[in-house]
Design a protein around this ligand. Structure first.
Ligand code: 3PG
Length: 401
């Protein structure tokens, strides 16, 4: 079990790890439910007069979404209705002087922790505890609060290093997500189980299909992931065009896996038959995948595909969605994601919405949250938990307090 934040004496100096990793478009952070959820934890901590320094990451080195957290600080402040001071480094001089000035009732957010040496790669907690990052920051605080359930599958310094050497507590998001997801994992369902699998990360999607093969009977694929599977199936789809850098490097890295999985699981994989793009007049247009020769930046699955997936959902005992089927932030390309979510909301099935962005679609398109059995802001960690794999960031909080 975790030690909850209720056990903290008031007025402590706290290092709080949250996960506000968000979609970034044209250099702008897209607000997600993660901000609102973590704001609740911080709000509670503020009520107990703690001094709060927050660590978080954004993107992965080498990706377009690997950006500063300056804008995140502003968005978090809006959700909190309390200023969040941005500190432009993580464990250097600026950070240390900001820590010196930190008073009870203050909240500060350090720069993207993945820009700091030692945060990556994944290593044992003992090794991560020896990094400069942990050695520098840990002595400055009374306790660590782990709230980043959705990053708890990563054995990074800010997730496992600090709680290895500090007094550690679980934040509200950590507690709530853990409880909700564990309850899902332990259920069995009387009928077909479907997973709608979209989003942008092939690296995440590939193990899902393999590891959930005992649990999930059919996968409905979309988003960048769907396009990569279509490319593996020989279609002229899933290439980088118009300055995107989503596809080609993933193809280079995962081509063999994509082809192997397509071969091994073809019977249970549902692929898009048409895709949507923006035509020269700025309108949504669709093209059949079969025989496509011209490459467009595709932004959604086609309407017929969405209807076909909705039928699969309607005929399921349980449906999990992870990752959206298109760029739903743009209404013209929301159809796939919204049609599937509507089918999940209407169907008489156990339904789980996962992933920070996908959960955002529920809000953006005014679904009633009560029409879903669970909504989780975790993506990779949610799937990892579903497969029954332990989460390092959870284990270390349970064992070190
Ligand atoms: C997520 O968005 O799933 C978490 O923030 C983890 O991000 P990562 O997959 O880049 O480690």
């Amino acid at each position: 079990t975790f030690r909850p934040i209720d056990d903290l004496e008031p007025g402590q100096r706290l290092l709080v790890r949250i996960d506000i990793n968000a979609a970034v478009e044209d250099g702008t952070v897209q607000d997600s439910r993660r901000f609102a959820r973590h704001a609740e934890t911080i709000h509670e901590l503020l009520a107990d007069n703690h001094a709060i320094a927050v660590l978080a990451h954004q993107g992965r080195p080498g990706e377009d979404t690997f950006v500063s957290l300056e804008e995140h600080a502003e968005i978090l402040g809006d959700h909190l209705d309390h200023p969040v001071a941005f500190v432009s480094d993580t464990c250097g001089e600026d950070a240390l002087s900001a820590i010196d000035d930190l008073e009870p009732g203050d909240v500060l957010l350090f720069e993207n922790v993945r820009m700091c040496d030692g945060e990556l790669p994944e290593e044992e907690p003992e090794t991560k505890a020896e990094t400069d990052l942990v050695r520098t920051l840990a002595p400055e605080f009374d306790a660590y609060v782990g709230d980043a359930y959705s990053t708890a599958h990563r054995s990074h310094a800010s997730i496992v290093g600090f709680p290895h050497v500090m007094d550690a507590y679980a934040g509200r998001v950590m507690e709530q997500e853990y409880t909700a997801i564990t309850a899902v994992r332990d259920r069995t369902f009387d009928g077909p189980v479907t997973m709608v699998l979209g989003g942008t990360k092939a690296e995440d999607a590939i193990p899902i299909v393999e590891q959930l093969d005992d649990t999930v009977d059919r996968f409905c694929l979309g988003g960048v992931v769907g396009e990569l599977f279509l490319r593996a199936d020989g279609h002229t789809v899933g290439y980088d065009v118009a300055d995107t850098s989503l596809f080609d490097h993933q193809w280079d890295d995962h081509r063999d896996d994509l082809e192997r999985i397509l071969e091994a699981y073809r019977d249970r994989l549902h692929l898009p038959t048409e895709l949507a793009y923006e035509d020269d007049d700025g309108e949504r247009a669709e093209v059949a995948v079969e025989g496509t020769t011209k490459e467009w930046p595709f932004l959604d699955v086609g309407a017929e595909t969405a209807e076909r997936y909705a039928d699969v959902v309607a005929d399921s005992a349980a449906v999990f969605i992870k990752g959206s089927l298109g760029v739903f932030e743009d209404e013209r390309f929301a159809d796939g994601t919204v049609t599937v979510l509507a089918a999940m909301a209407e169907a008489d099935c156990f339904s789980v919405v996962g992933g920070g962005d996908t959960a955002r679609a529920v809000e953006l398109y005014d679904f009633d949250e009560n029409d879903f059995s669970r909504i989780t802001i975790a993506g990779g960690a949610y799937v990892r938990a579903l497969t029954g794999d332990p989460l390092v960031g959870v284990d270390v909080l349970e064992s070190h307090h």
